[in-house]
Design a protein around this ligand. Sequence first.
Ligand SMILES: NC(=O)C1=CN([C@@H]2O[C@H](COP(=O)(O)OP(=O)(O)OC[C@H]3O[C@@H](n4cnc5c(N)ncnc54)[C@H](O)[C@@H]3O)[C@@H](O)[C@H]2O)C=CC1
Ligand SMILES: CC(=O)C(C)=O
Length: 290
Amino acid sequence: MKDKFEQKHEEINGYTQDKQPGEQHTMNPSPIIEDEDYMPGGKLKGKVALITGGDSGIGAATAILFAKEGADIAIAYYDEDTDAKQTLMRLTEIGVKALAYQHDLKKENHAQELINQVVKDFGKLNILVNNGAVQHPQDNFEDITKSQLQETFETNFFGMFYLSQAALPHLNKGDTIINTTSVTAYRGSAHLIDYSATKGAIVSFTRSLASALADKGIRVNGVAPGPIYTPLIPATFNAEKVENAGSETPLGRRGQPSENAPAYVYLASQDSTYVTGQVIHINGGDFMTS
Ligand SMILES: NC(=O)C1=CN([C@@H]2O[C@H](COP(=O)(O)OP(=O)(O)OC[C@H]3O[C@@H](n4cnc5c(N)ncnc54)[C@H](O)[C@@H]3O)[C@@H](O)[C@H]2O)C=CC1
Ligand SMILES: CC(=O)C(C)=O
């Protein structure tokens, strides 16, 4: 019998959305953001987490699981108000304090303002999840314009750099930073050359910052998803790619956001006290070096 993830994989036909960031509330079928079979264990009780891109997809799944583990949650997002409202409603239902913040990762001043506001609203910050990103697939390398290259790096890499710098004065021993990279950082991607380069930069940034912050007891790790069913996919790929995503992996299907979130819980919690500078691969079984 097929499990819920195999069934969901088969339900998805090709379709696209016409703007990026994409919208979760109009996805049909909906992604699996929350796995009802998950058993929380109070692993993040008393913590405050800020999750960029927390309105939808992997970020929303992580926000919900962190809340189930007892953390208060700040989600930051670009302009998808309906998704942010729905995620916030679910977080509040779970029973934690939760607030949403609109911001632009590309703007250096937004990073400082966001961190200041979160610390003012929650009193502290323990976990920073740098997860928001964009991608603009191109068939030809020559078609990547300077403005696309700038937008992709400013959003995916500069944004997390600024936020990590702004967050650092508030982080203490035992606190963590978790960065979302991608399988494309490791295997490359002919259609996502600029995007995969930002994801490679994130891997190096993660290792270097982990090394720099080790003596403070602040751990820095990453998660490298493979093909996951989120708004990013119909918002940026053509219908054929949306329909077939994940079929080429050893597990033969795409992943769901809920299948990524436990890795973030592990890296944020005391279960991973001897882990820093590492990346966990959630990609349906493709082997990646380190
Ligand atoms: N879905 C997939 O197959 C994969 C996703 N990833 C990564 O996972 C992370 C989360 O993406 P998904 O959950 O897939 O999609 P998503 O569309 O749910 O999340 C992307 C988020 O980025 C935020 N964002 C985009 N531009 C922004 C800006 N200028 N300022 C502030 N926020 C901005 C959006 O608000 C959105 O919440 C990204 O880093 C993505 O690169 C990595 C590998 C595979
Ligand atoms: C968006 C992304 O990183 C993949 C693997 O599709």
